[in-house]
Design a binder for this molecule. Structure first.
Ligand SMILES: NC(=O)C1=CN([C@@H]2O[C@H](COP(=O)(O)OP(=O)(O)OC[C@H]3O[C@@H](n4cnc5c(N)ncnc54)[C@H](OP(=O)(O)O)[C@@H]3O)[C@@H](O)[C@H]2O)[C@@H](O)CC1
Ligand SMILES: Nc1ncnc2c1ncn2[C@@H]1O[C@H](COP(=O)(O)OP(=O)(O)O)[C@@H](O)[C@H]1O
Ligand SMILES: [K+]
Length: 527
């Protein structure tokens, strides 16, 4: 599991060590980690480190100090290093170390700007050490002009951000332009939440976490990301004496005369994600198509209450005129069972929901939801601050909210938040969200009542709905990537995501099963 923290949390964790006089030690650890990462980047791009050119953009605070110390280590290894001081001061000890190591120092003035921008654009590495966790707002004046000038040029080398790209908010991921987009962000003490939420994640590139010895002082993370080992631990496996009902039944209320395909894709997603059975409720023409496409699905009639299931999926491919389906959706939401409420169900929600109801809007749908709730956040505002938006929506509705996008965020109403970025942009294809809703529905049906599975992984009972939604997102993303890789990185259709999912499930599960497999391979076969 990747844990991420707000800037304030990390600074508070540094506090006891600072008070013990270890501030310099922390900074040296950070700077060493940054320098090592730069060397690693350089080695993957060129044969010799000697003579490589490094330009470090330096701010007035400790972030600039990290950059200067890191650059001094690089200068000592024979690299041509230039520091551009963007403010009227710089970390004194860091600057002295840099000058001792033979680095060149330039102050950023209007006159010097074009030349320095050209040097940065031509450098093998640019280190962005202008602003870190202490920043308020975006880059000021000259520094902003310099970043614009560098961005406008054809760059040769890589950009490495020190702690976070300057202009990105460490807590929220909101960004104030201009931001120099990084290929790699080297972050200290713990990942900053803003690196795992868009638009911050857009600017961060790859993220490397450098430990600086503050782990024991870090609080509960503000944001988490499931990795392969977590997925392996959380995925359900049928007990030896399982039968289809004990494995979980998902009721699907989706599709309409206008969008029958959504029902099919939701069912395919659910079937691929290991559910014991899918029961479909909907118009006869859609049920006919579902039967033809997925003969495994049992099509039922009657009300929601008349159909026994462990979880519901409602809303995919439904419109405002699909009254019978909307009635079913409302009944499912009012039941005490876990529910995924997707697409067409979102406008039909009651004012107050509970965490076992998982809403799955994209940014546009979340903006519409806010407008119905009397809040002014439009789509642009949601996209400019996805983490704030998803948390606000969860608090306002009482539901678990999953905001879809390149980075998908899931928030429980009291703040357990997950960020998953497992997929590929090829997932942005019609029907992809229907498959995701099916996958999450299937996982709710299988694991919703299994509180122990999540508590063993450190996830509180009330946070498990968000964890299940994150788990589904992680599988969906990985399946999309695998489907695209199967066609050499080419485009995919939504159905392919479902087709690729069982193998992804199997491969990831082998991580947790490997111990048992080893034991089995040593045991004698029965004769
Ligand atoms: N604690 C430690 O020992 C460790 C800290 N570490 C490192 O320290 C970083 C945090 O350092 P920090 O607190 O000095 O803040 P930082 O992000 O450098 O910026 C604040 C400075 O910039 C200025 N400024 C503010 N806003 C601005 C703007 N919009 N545009 C321009 N300038 C602006 C503001 O001055 P002002 O002009 O407002 O008076 C202030 O001087 C952290 O991210 C990590 O890299 C690591 O080494 C681990 C050990
Ligand atoms: N650029 C992207 N990179 C990765 N995943 C994406 C990207 N854009 C969309 N997705 C994912 O694709 C799915 C699209 O869902 P949705 O917008 O509901 O599509 P539809 O309504 O057509 O089914 C979501 O899971 C979303 O997170
Ligand atoms: K920075």
């Amino acid at each position: 599991m990747i844990s991420a923290y707000t800037g304030t949390q990390v600074r508070a964790a540094e506090e006891p060590l600072m008070a013990a006089g270890l501030g310099d030690v922390l900074m040296h650890r950070a700077a060493h980690g940054l320098a090592k990462a730069v060397v690693h980047e350089l080695k993957s791009h060129r044969d010799r480190l000697n003579g490589a050119s490094v330009v470090v953009l330096v701010g007035t605070g400790n972030n600039g100090g990290d950059g200067l110390y890191a650059a001094s280590f690089l200068a000592a290894r024979g690299m041509r290093t230039t520091a551009v001081l963007t403010g009227n001061a710089a970390h004194p000890a860091g600057l002295a170390a840099f000058e001792r190591a033979g680095g060149r120092v330039h102050r950023l003035t209007e006159a010097a700007l074009p030349g320095l921008a050209a040097e940065a654009a031509g450098a093998d590495v640019v280190i962005d050490a202008v602003l870190g966790t202490g920043a308020k707002g975006g880059l000021r004046e000259n520094a902003a002009d310099l970043v614009r000038a560098i961005t406008d040029k054809d760059r040769q080398g890589v950009v490495v951000a020190c702690d976070l790209p300057s202009g990105v908010d460490a807590d929220t991921g909101a960004a104030v332009a201009p931001v120099l987009p990084a290929d790699l962000t080297v972050t200290f003490g713990g990942a900053k939440a803003g690196l795992l939420a868009d638009p911050g994640a857009d600017h961060a590139g790859r993220v490397l976490i450098v430990p600086i010895g503050i782990d024991e002082h870090l609080p509960q993370p503000s944001l988490r990301r499931l990795e392969d080992a977590d997925i392996a631990r959380l995925l359900p496996h049928p007990a030896r004496r399982a039968q289809k009902y004990s494995r979980g039944v998902l009721g699907v209320v989706a599709g309409s005369e206008d969008y029958p395909g959504a029902a099919v894709l939701a069912c395919r997603g659910a079937l691929a994600a290991g559910v014991g059975m899918v029961r479909y409720l909907g118009p006869p023409s859609v049920a006919h198509l579902v039967r033809l496409s997925c003969p495994e699905v049992v099509c039922s009639t009657g009300t929601v209450a008349e159909n026994r299931v462990q979880a519901w999926l409602v809303g995919s491919g439904m419109g405002p005129r699909d009254h019978e389906q909307l009635t079913r959706a409302r009944e499912a939401i009012a039941s005490d069972l876990p529910v995924v409420a997707d697409a067409g169900a979102l406008p039909a929600l009651p004012a107050m929901l509970a965490p076992h109801v998982v809403l799955t809007p994209h940014a546009g749908e979340l903006a519409s939801l806010f407008q119905r709730l009397g809040h002014g956040e439009d789509r642009e505002a949601v996209e400019a601050g996805t983490l704030g938006a998803v948390r606000h929506a969860a608090e306002r509705t009482g539901a678990t909210v999953l905001l879809k996008g390149a980075t998908t965020l899931v928030s429980a109403p009291w703040g357990t938040t997950f960020s998953q970025a497992d997929g590929t942009a090829w997932l942005a294809t019609a029907g992809s969200g229907d498959v995701l809703a099916g996958v999450i529905g299937a996982l709710l049906a299988q694991t919703g009542s299994d509180v122990g599975r999540f508590s063993k992984a450190g996830i509180a009972a009330d946070g498990r709905w968000a964890a299940i939604a994150a788990l589904g997102t992680a599988l969906h993303g990985r399946a999309g990537r695998a489907a695209s890789e199967a066609v050499s990185g080419g485009p995919i259709t939504a159905g392919r995501i479902a087709d690729a999912l069982p193998e992804i499930w199997g491969k990831v599960s082998m991580l947790s099963n490997s111990g048992a497999w080893k034991r089995n391979s040593h045991s004698q076969p029965l004769r």
